[in-house]
Design a protein around this ligand. Structure first.
Ligand SMILES: *Cc1c(COP(=O)(O)O)cnc(C)c1O
Length: 424
């Protein structure tokens, strides 16, 4: 039986049996008890299934991962302690020193830094590309040691929409997986696996939580990428792992290989595990995700239309506006053309005027956050992206006057009235 996103968000992952708690229990325990030493040994050899230490896996977190997996239409998933950890694991699970991957230059600033600076120190090279380049240009960046292609469904903060078809072709023509960060769209508005994506990541900190109470991440595998067909490129999955008694993940775990390896190796060694309590908060957010996304989008649509009509506003980017450069792409890839509650705009008078405007707002809060119930905004050039040079800013498509507005769930009349008084 196929189920809708809300039904999955409410019921998947935890289906209580007779007399069990209806709401997901928080298993706040580091460890789990076994009757025999032999059984415990099998767990360590990945021969038996079961929990032994919460750094690797925990029943509460796993239930929530299973829910997100179902919402995305994947085969296996894991939670991480942040979106940063999710994107790091997603790449590091298949790249090692000497490898290369390609990422859109318009991705979230934190991910840009992770890929361009920190991972470079590990000997992994990332080439950032303008995601609007035609295929014939993009293909020139592929190298023999390229192992992945990475983008964001809707980029943060420029809210551009990825050309899935072009990027999927770039990845698959070269025998590597296509990885997409689906944080802004969420599975309520985009199902990347239906558009050629192999692996999806999330910062669950954003809409999935929706109330600004936890930092977390998730990785979901579609199970579609055939590691064995490109065995020479991915020895970590296709040759024996000496740290696990010679297990070959792709042989032993089939479609679950990628997530099993990330859990068994990366979570074991780096420990970016979420707390069960945070997984519980995330689960609450998922129950109302689709409902909230509808309101975020309808509010953002009205705010975008209001801004577009204001004489003080230089430009507005929101893919829900007919005529927006991403309108057609949103119609093609998003459920009912809906994107998210985040929009970007600039005020006439540039950087100074934008800052002065922001300081006058009362309902909308200045915050380094997006995608929760409370309307908030930020000026990337002075906040999230302040480490970037002017040149890097422009390469990332961030105008110095760009304001990122995350439209919340308040009554839209109040949000608009607030913007109106700030303009006056
Ligand atoms: C916030 C964000 C991240 C990083 O997530 P954290 O949970 O803050 O670590 C990654 N990608 C996107 C698109 C984001 O918006």
């Amino acid at each position: 039986m196929t189920r809708g996103i809300s039904t999955k968000g409410i019921h998947s992952g935890w289906e209580p049996k007779q007399g069990e708690a209806r709401q997901l229990p928080i298993v706040q325990s580091t460890t789990f008890k076994y009757d025999t030493s032999d059984y415990m040994g099998k767990l360590f050899d990945l021969e038996a299934e079961g929990y032994f230490y919460t750094r690797l896996q925990n029943p509460t977190s796993d239930a929530v991962a299973a829910k997100i997996c179902d919402m995305e239409g994947g085969v296996a998933a894991m939670l991480t302690s942040s979106g940063q950890a999710a994107n790091f694991f997603a790449i590091f699970n298949i790249c090692e020193a000497g490898d290369h991957f390609i990422a859109s230059s318009s991705i979230y600033g934190g991910t840009y830094n992770l890929f361009g600076v920190t991972m470079a120190k590990m000997g992994i090279e990332c080439t950032f590309v303008d995601q609007e380049l035609p295929y014939e240009e993009l293909v020139k960046y592929v190298k023999p040691n390229t192992k992945a292609v990475f983008g964001e469904t809707i980029t943060n903060p420029t809210v551009s929409i990825l050309d899935f078809e072009k990027f999927a072709k770039l990845a698959h023509d070269h025998g590597v997986p296509f990885i997409v960060d689906n944080t802004f769209a969420t599975p309520a508005n985009c199902r990347p696996f239906e558009h050629g994506v192999d692996i999806v990541t999330h910062s669950t900190t954003k809409y999935m939580d929706g109330h600004g109470v936890h930092v977390g991440g998730c990785i979901v595998d579609s199970g579609n990428f055939d590691w064995m067909a490109h065995a020479d490129k991915f020895p970590g999955l296709t040759t024996p792992d000496e740290s696990y008694h010679g297990i070959t993940y792709a042989e032993r775990f089939g479609k679950g290989a990628y997530i099993t390896k990330a859990t068994a190796q990366l979570m074991r060694d780096f420990g970016c595990t979420p707390s069960p309590q945070n997984a519980f908060y995330l689960n609450l957010g998922l129950e109302s995700l689709e409902l909230r996304m509808e309101r975020h989008c309808s509010n953002a649509q009205k705010v975008a239309e209001f801004l577009q009509a204001r004489p003080e506003v230089a430009w507005v980017h929101y893919a829900g506006l007919p005529g927006d450069e991403y309108y057609e792409r949103a119609q093609k890839y998003m459920v009912d053309g809906k994107t998210c509650g985040v929009l970007a705009f600039g005020i006439k008078g540039g950087r100074e005027a934008s800052i002065a405007f922001m300081d006058k707002l009362k309902v909308a809060q200045i915050a380094t956050h997006v995608a929760d119930a409370k309307t908030c905004l930020l000026h990337p050039a002075s906040h999230t992206h302040r480490q970037m040079s002017e040149e890097q800013l422009l390469e990332a498509g961030v105008n110095p006057d760009l304001i990122r507005l995350s439209v919340g769930l308040e009554n839209v009349e109040d949000i608009i009235a607030d913007l109106e008084q700030a303009f006056k």
